[in-house]
Design a protein. Structure first.
Length: 94
């Protein structure tokens, strides 16, 4: 069995989360241990609809795309509420 590589996604916004969804749909869970870091202490939500929540015309739970359970169910390690500082990522060569 091939050893999985770790894939780290910095940012749990709509683009980062969509990347992870697409990766998983293409069998990426078999190839990678996926780790996601996000500033906010909850799962991914539709930021376009955030103004509706602020205007109280939509419930906050209605705009979540991937709640915390989704990450667990899909084998994704989510570090929610963790702010990351930009740094240079270098490949690890065994």
């Amino acid at each position: 069995m091939m050893m999985k590589k770790r894939l780290v996604v910095i940012g749990n916004g709509m683009a980062g989360a969509r990347f992870v969804e697409e990766l998983l749909s293409r069998g990426g869970r078999d190839l990678f241990d996926v780790v996601v870091y996000g500033d906010e202490p909850y799962g991914n939500y539709n930021r376009i609809l955030l103004s509706n929540v602020l205007a109280r015309s939509q419930d906050p739970t209605d705009i979540f795309i991937n709640p915390l359970e989704w990450y667990r169910e899909n084998g994704v390690t989510l570090h929610a509420g963790v702010q990351q500082r930009p740094y240079l990522l270098l490949p690890i060569i065994p």
